[in-house]
Design a protein around this ligand. Structure first.
Ligand code: 3S6
Ligand code: CA
Ligand code: CA
Length: 306
């Protein structure tokens, strides 16, 4: 129960009070983010903690308490359950109802308050918790973790980890919910490059600019620059993707190195539609042409705030 964790994060020297008051007080000790858990309650171990939203919705998620000072809250994961399913069941970060120009935002989950999944299954399926829209953050951290890895192995198993350190979220409302309201992930919202959202420089915790490029296809590598996280990249056919992890687009084949998106991808209809878009355009995990490596294709993308 939520109250069990309160023991873990609450003060140990609380005065003895009547049972009801004690429970009421404990409820107020639930933190709003992992940063608060670290700073206010002094917890420094990686693992699962209870958090609460501003309205009192309590949920459980993973806190990374060690990277670059710690205090990182896992708010979402983007998982590709079947790259051959083209905007079918499980494509929560694009469309689960087909590739459809009449449904330009698709599921709309980048900019709504829907939640799904569980923290322990964040590498087994998509995950989104209330922190995604509730936490007012400054920076982001991203981990690419092989599918079906248990929580306690995430950090060691990750194939790439990085974070931002420029407090860029201040400029975009403090979280991705706000950022994607300003930059809607929607088909036909603008043109490639000129109407893309921001690209923010990153600091690597595992990997580097060159290893990042190697996770994407060789053709993709020729039109990206490593060392960034980019938002709302648009492709040549005016499809909108959500996040280009580790890279900045220099061309309009964003569907081959950016994940998530709206509900319509015109090129090769419906082949580019899905959470990992066209990562298998030239075969599954081949790392030929526009195809990403197998490691990238089979790793979930974990999104953290601080
Ligand atoms: C480097 C060759 C360009 O290849 C084209 O881009 C090709 O016609 C398409 O298959 C490909 C797609 O647009 C990739 O998304
Ligand atoms: Ca998915
Ligand atoms: Ca293309």
């Amino acid at each position: 129960s939520p109250l069990d964790s309160v023991k873990k994060i609450g003060p140990t020297n609380a005065p003895k009070v009547a049972k009801v008051d004690e429970i009421r007080n404990r409820a107020q000790f639930i933190a709003r983010s992992c940063k608060e858990v670290r700073e206010v309650y002094g917890q420094s171990e990686n693992g699962l903690y209870y958090l609460t939203t501003s309205t009192g919705v309590v949920y459980q998620t993973f806190c990374d308490m060690t990277t670059a000072g710690g205090g990182w809250t896992l708010v979402a994961s983007v998982h590709e359950d079947n790259i051959y399913g083209k905007c079918t069941v499980g494509d929560r970060w694009t469309s689960q109802q087909g590739n459809n120009a009449n449904w330009p935002q698709g599921e709309g989950n980048w900019a709504n308050r829907k939640t799904f999944g569980t923290v322990e299954a964040a590498t087994d399926d998509d995950f989104k918790n209330p922190g995604y829209y509730d936490i007012v953050a400054e920076d982001m951290s991203v981990w690419h973790v092989p599918n079906n890895t248990p929580v306690n192995h995430w950090k060691l198993a990750a194939i790439m980890r990085y974070h931002t350190d420029r407090r860029f979220l201040h400029l975009y409302g403090g979280n991705l919910y706000s950022l994607f309201h300003r930059y809607p992930v929607e088909y036909n919202v603008g043109a490639h490059l000129s109407d893309n959202g921001p690209s923010i420089p990153i600091v690597y915790d595992l990997g580097d600019k060159e290893s990042t490029k190697m996770f994407y296809g060789p053709y993709s590598g020729a039109e990206i620059e490593g060392g960034f996280i980019s938002f709302r990249a648009i492709n040549y056919e005016r499809a909108a993707t959500a996040i280009c992890s580790g890279v900045k687009p220099k061309g309009g084949n964003a569907e081959t190195y950016c994940i998530g998106g709206g509900g319509f991808f015109p090129e090769g209809n419906p082949l580019q539609c899905g959470d990992f878009t066209a990562f298998a355009w030239n075969g599954y995990g081949t790392h030929v042409g526009w195809s990403a490596s197998k490691q990238m294709l089979e790793s979930a993308v974990l999104l953290f705030y601080r």
